[in-house]
Design a protein around this ligand. Structure first.
Ligand SMILES: CC(C)(COP(=O)(O)OP(=O)(O)OC[C@H]1O[C@@H](n2cnc3c(N)ncnc32)[C@H](O)[C@@H]1OP(=O)(O)O)[C@@H](O)C(=O)NCCC(=O)NCCS
Length: 148
C-alpha cells in the first residue's frame, strides 16, 4: 500500500517516465501536463504511481493518465490512486478515455466505471505509430464514466 499521495505543482516533467507508462506518447502527455493536476503515490520515498486529471467543467473531471510501476502492479495501488481522486472530486462525474485493452477495462470495471461512448479511430488518427497492447492494435477510444 502507498505511504502517501502528494499533489505535485512544480516541475511535473520529473515524473515523465511514470506518465509514459500510462500514455506512451510524449507528445500526447505534453498536451495535458501543464493544465493537469498531477498526483504521485509514494512507497517510502519512491514514486511508484501517478495520476493526472484535468478540469473539463464544473462537474466533470477527466483522468488523463493513471500508471503504476510494473513491479508494483496488481497490489491495489491503481485502485488506491483512483479512490483518492474520487474523494477529492466527490459529487462530480469522472470520465476517462482508454484503448480497448482487456486488462485495463477489467481494472476500471472493478473500480465501478461503466461504458459511456466511443471515439472511432482515435488511436490510429492521433498517434504517430501503431500501439499494440496485449497483442491487439488500439484503434478506437472508449470513454468510461463514474459518478463519485
Ligand atoms: C491499469 C493499472 C493502473 C492498474 O493498477 P494496479 O495497481 O495494477 O491495479 P489494482 O491492483 O489496483 O487492481 C484492482 C483490480 O483491477 C483488476 N485488474 C487490475 N489489473 C488487472 C489485469 N492486468 N488483469 C485483470 N484484472 C486486472 C482486478 O480486479 C484487480 O483486483 P484483484 O487484483 O484483487 O483481482 C496498472 O496496471 C498500470 O499502470 N498499467 C499500465 C498503464 C495503463 O494501462 N494505464 C491505464 C490507462 S491510463
Amino acid at each position: 500500500m502507498l505511504s502517501e499521495i502528494i499533489q505535485i505543482f512544480e516541475d511535473k516533467s520529473q515524473f515523465l517516465q511514470l506518465l509514459l507508462i500510462g500514455d506512451e506518447s510524449e507528445t500526447m502527455v505534453g498536451k495535458y501536463i501543464d493544465r493537469g493536476a498531477l498526483y504521485v503515490g509514494f512507497i517510502d520515498d519512491r514514486a511508484v504511481a501517478v495520476c493526472m486529471t484535468t478540469y473539463e467543467s464544473e462537474t466533470v473531471i477527466e483522468v488523463k493518465n493513471l500508471a503504476v510501476l510494473p513491479e508494483w502492479q496488481r497490489k491495489g495501488i491503481g485502485k488506491q490512486m483512483l479512490s483518492h481522486i474520487e474523494k477529492i472530486n466527490a459529487g462530480k462525474t469522472i470520465i476517462l478515455g482508454m484503448g480497448e485493452t482487456p486488462s485495463t477495462l477489467r481494472f476500471y470495471r472493478s473500480c465501478g466505471y461503466i461504458f459511456s461512448h466511443k471515439i472511432p479511430n482515435f488511436f490510429t488518427d492521433n498517434y504517430p505509430s501503431p500501439i499494440i497492447e496485449e497483442g491487439v492494435q488500439l484503434k478506437d477510444m472508449l470513454y468510461l464514466t463514474k459518478q463519485v
